[in-house]
Design a binder for this molecule. Structure first.
Ligand code: MF3
Ligand code: CO
Length: 251
């Protein structure tokens, strides 16, 4: 396995372009997601918009994944395959994960949406997950270590009584969607490789309301919480630069 590939400023600019495509598609999906809409319709919308932006899907065909979008409702953690019979309803939480290639460079981002009015518990889970990603991004600074990023997620989440999923992790990103290093959502501060300019990471906390355990469904993809509790997911691609963290997948 090759090591961590550092990116030049020009390459980071390409990754920015790819991530802006991802952001725009997620914005369109977020505006469309509402009670009565199926996750299949969101997948169709994502594919259509991607074409419009002259980019290619990163997930379709990846290890045989059958859609352009991952749409994970309620107790589904990640990798929910869009389906006509999964129809959103008031009170759901919906995690949308989307990736795209633009000019050979990959963008990857995820967010959890609240559909209509959700329970206070669901809202707290979504907020804690979003905040844990912000804490992690703050650690994406030259001289910090990868463990500082992981610990930022874990400490924020566990202080609020939630648990981080250990079976999946974030990752380096560049010409490939998944590059070294793995970016776990748990770990020890001060440990792991030092962060250096030109590293680009996809940081993606997956957080369960109950325990951390995961079950993969019959389709080989859909990852659900073992205890049936809710789960949330946020992801940004971030470049480590001399001027601090450059979040590539938001405005
Ligand atoms: N954001 C996810 C990841 O980084 C998306 C992968 S879905 C897959 O692993 F279908 F492409 F595997
Ligand atoms: Co990712």
């Amino acid at each position: 396995m090759k090591g961590i590939q550092l990116k030049s400023a020009a390459q980071i600019a390409k990754l920015r372009e790819a991530n802006l495509v991802v952001m725009q598609v997620l914005d369109v999906l977020a505006a469309a997601a509402a009670p009565g809409v199926s996750t299949w319709e969101l997948d169709q919308l994502a594919a259509k918009h991607l074409k419009h932006l002259r980019a290619e899907p990163a997930f379709l065909g990846y290890r045989g994944y059958p859609a352009v979008l991952c749409a994970s409702v309620n107790n589904t953690i990640v990798h929910g395959i869009p389906r006509k019979d999964i129809v959103l309803k008031d009170g759901d939480i919906l995690s949308l994960d989307f990736g795209a290639f633009k000019d050979g460079w990959c963008g990857d981002s995820a967010r959890t949406l609240e559909i209509g009015r959700v329970s206070p518990q669901a809202h707290a889970l979504v907020a804690a997950t979003r905040e844990s990603l912000e804490k992690a991004l703050e650690q994406c600074v030259v001289g910090r270590r990868l463990g500082d990023v992981s610990w930022a997620v874990q400490s924020h989440v566990e202080a609020r009584g939630f648990s981080v999923v250990r079976q999946f992790a974030g990752h380096g990103i560049g010409r490939h969607m998944h590059e070294p290093p793995q970016v776990p959502n748990y770990g020890e501060a001060g440990k792991g490789p030092r962060l250096s300019p030109g590293m680009v990471l996809a940081v993606e906390p997956m957080v369960n309301q109950g325990g951390p355990d995961v079950v993969i469904e019959e389709d080989g993809w859909t990852a659900v919480t073992k205890d049936g509790s809710l789960s949330a997911h946020f992801e940004h691609s971030v470049a480590i630069t001399e001027n601090g963290p450059m979040v590539l997948s938001r405005a």
